[in-house]
Design a protein around this ligand. Structure first.
Ligand SMILES: NC(=O)c1ccc[n+]([C@@H]2O[C@H](COP(=O)([O-])OP(=O)(O)OC[C@H]3O[C@@H](n4cnc5c(N)ncnc54)[C@H](OP(=O)(O)O)[C@@H]3O)[C@@H](O)[C@H]2O)c1
Length: 297
């Protein structure tokens, strides 16, 4: 085992501990640090070295992976050790925005640190399994040089040299997830109001969502082509009329429609603009707010 193989993991919350565990499982020597040191014990039992300070942890490896709560907690801990990080590779797997990732890349560059930002598309138990994937962006050379180690977490997907690219796509994927979650929480609330247990209804909901999964690819083609008219089988006017029933039925059942009402107002706006014959996918053209910002300036 050469020193080149060693990886430092800063942060041993649910995710950081899973990342460190996956590196150990892949046979890597690992140095760990966590603000609450007791969380390192299970990893030390598995062979990890525990560093007493962030500085010691950073100095142990050329590759430093950080996974803390948020952007602020990363700076709180890395700012004092900026000089020790010089010449190393920092991979930030802390959730953040594209802007935060670009700012961290600039912060790293000013300290002669190679930087890769990442977005973890998995929950901790999935780390190290084929179900997990992690988006990366930033220095292509640093990514390639350390890809082998990063592959221990799950499929490593490099999405671009713009350090903000991984965060953007991570947040886009999470947005898709939360939209789906809004839908199924509302669905459960609705059936529960009629005494149907969620677990009884769940298989049908899962079946429906699986069959509607094909909408993702179909919508993508419509979005890319800008053609929301050809081959429409469920036009906006029909869907807007049906959506009014979704809101009314919720209210009749004593369920707040608030998870779904924003979509209704977008359907209605698009309908009022004369797009009733189109697919609902044309609603995407209502979302950019760039023009509004320009007007405000
Ligand atoms: N869990 C998931 O499902 C999941 C999935 C994808 C991405 N992520 C991302 O992974 C990151 C970590 O999530 P997690 O699930 O591991 O959260 P967590 O279990 O709540 O752990 C938070 C970690 O951050 C540390 N921390 C917080 N504030 C700190 C500070 N000011 N200084 C030093 N350390 C600090 C905690 O240290 P202590 O132990 O001392 O409190 C702990 O190590 C987040 O950015 C999250 O969005 C999580």
């Amino acid at each position: 085992v050469t020193d080149d193989k060693r990886v430092t993991v800063l942060g041993l919350g649910a995710m950081g501990a899973a990342l460190a565990g996956a590196l150990l499982a892949a046979g890597r020597p690992v140095t760990v640090w966590n603000r609450s040191p007791e969380k390192a014990a299970p990893l030390v039992d598995r062979g990890a070295q525990q560093a007493a300070t962030v500085a010691d942890a950073v100095q142990a490896s050329r590759l430093v992976v950080v996974c803390l709560l948020d952007d602020r907690s990363v700076y709180t801990n890395l700012e004092p050790v900026g000089a020790a990080l010089a010449g190393r590779v920092l991979v930030n797997l802390t959730n953040g925005t594209p802007r935060q990732a670009r700012e961290m890349a600039a912060w790293a560059s000013a300290r002669d640190v190679e930087f890769v930002d990442g977005g973890i598309m998995a929950v901790p138990p999935m780390i190290g399994t084929p179900d997990a994937f992690v988006l990366y962006s930033g220095s292509p050379a640093a990514f390639e040089a350390h890809r082998d180690a990063l592959d221990a977490f799950g499929d490593a997907v490099f999405v671009g040299a713009d350090p903000g690219a991984a965060a953007l796509q991570d947040i886009a994927l999470l947005s898709g997830m939360y939209g789906m979650m809004s839908g199924f929480l509302h669905a459960f609330a609705l059936v529960r109001s009629a005494g149907v247990e969620a677990t009884e209804f769940a298989p049908m909901l899962q079946r429906w969502l699986a069959s509607m999964g094909g909408l993702v690819e179909q919508t993508a083609r419509q979005v890319d082509s800008g053609d929301h008219v050809t081959g429409v089988v469920s036009n906006l006017a029909m869907q807007a009329a049906g959506f009014a029933n979704i809101v009314a039925a919720a209210e009749d059942q004593g369920i707040s429609p608030e998870l779904l009402t924003p979509l209704r107002s977008l359907f209605d706006r698009r309908l009022a603009q004369g797009f009733g014959h189109e697919d609902v996918t044309g609603v995407i053209d209502l979302l950019p707010v760039h023009d509004n910002h320009q007007k405000e300036k």
